[in-house]
Design a protein around this ligand. Structure first.
Ligand code: HEC
Ligand code: HEC
Ligand code: HEC
Ligand code: HEC
Length: 158
């Protein structure tokens, strides 16, 4: 009977595992960014990269310098918690420094601009104003008629 070879099937399997493990470690090493933070598990450089991106949105306070009256007015009304830029687009496309560089639009004047928040859903908190058919005027809306026909976006209370 032939003596089993020293390089038996188990050895071959072991060698294959070793090759896989080494290949894995090499690829892992090559694919890990140099600035990888192993404690918090993120790429260290991404912090400076994100911080260096040009600012797009300024928040509601950024509108105040030039639209003090509008900001003050909206703050007293039901839509006070909304972001101006949610409807008008980012500050960066409209103003730079002390100057207006392009018209601010009302982005998306479809019904969905409002229904995004006001569509009737059973999961919404009780008391949140919804687009219900209990409002008689809502049942007679014609095809294509937008909410802005009856509601003011800044002062939505009918
Ligand atoms: C829910 C959407 C929405 C939000 C939120 C919103 N606006 Fe408006 N805004 C509109 C619409 C609609 C108009 C009317 C545009 C028209 O008549 O064509 C308008 C008009 C304006 C105008 C021009 C007319 C005017 O009243 O002077 C300014 C300026 C303005 N908005 C600033 C703001 C500021 C500042 C905020 C945040 C405090 C804000 N808007 C929040 C939808 C919105
Ligand atoms: C550096 C000044 C400045 C800043 C900051 C500024 N705007 Fe304006 N905006 C203007 C000027 C000037 C006009 C045109 C005259 C007017 O309607 O008062 C204008 C007009 C508008 C209009 C009417 C449409 C148009 O372009 O004429 C809207 C809507 C508007 N701004 C929204 C905003 C929002 C929202 C912000 C904050 C994210 C903002 N603006 C920040 C200067 C500014
Ligand atoms: C980002 C979400 C959001 C969007 C978009 C939005 N709303 Fe509102 N709306 C609110 C919140 C928040 C309130 C205040 C809810 C409260 O008082 O509990 C409100 C209140 C209202 C009310 C009730 C006012 C009252 O006096 O009780 C009406 C009507 C309304 N919105 C209509 C609109 C219309 C029309 C549009 C589109 C131009 C719109 N909303 C867009 C969030 C939104
Ligand atoms: C034909 C005019 C008209 C149109 C168009 C209209 N509404 Fe209204 N809406 C009203 C009136 C009037 C009331 C107030 C009814 C009341 O207080 O009894 C109201 C009330 C509301 C309320 C408050 C409901 C509550 O429970 O307090 C919300 C939210 C609302 N509308 C959202 C919308 C949205 C979103 C659209 C567009 C999809 C829209 N409306 C289109 C006339 C209209």
């Amino acid at each position: 009977m032939k003596k089993p070879s020293a390089f038996s099937h188990l050895h071959r399997l072991g060698a294959l595992f070793l090759v896989f493990i080494i290949a894995f470690l090499v690829i892992k090493h090559l694919a890990t960014p140099p600035s990888w933070n192993f404690e918090a598990w993120y790429r260290g450089d991404s912090l400076t990269e994100s911080a260096n991106k040009p600012m797009l949105h300024g928040g509601n306070d950024s509108c105040q310098t030039c639209h003090e009256d509008v900001v003050k007015e909206v703050k007293k009304l039901k839509h006070k918690t909304l972001s101006c830029e949610g409807c008008h687009g980012p500050l960066a496309t409209h103003a730079r420094g002390d100057e207006k560089i392009a018209d601010a639009k009302v982005i998306n004047q479809s019904r969905w601009q409002c229904l995004n928040c006001h569509e009737e859903l059973i999961s919404k908190p009780q008391g949140f104003p919804q687009f219900t058919s209990e409002v008689k005027k809502h049942t007679t809306i014609k095809e294509g008629e937008v909410c802005l026909k009856c509601h003011d976006a800044h002062d939505p209370t009918p």
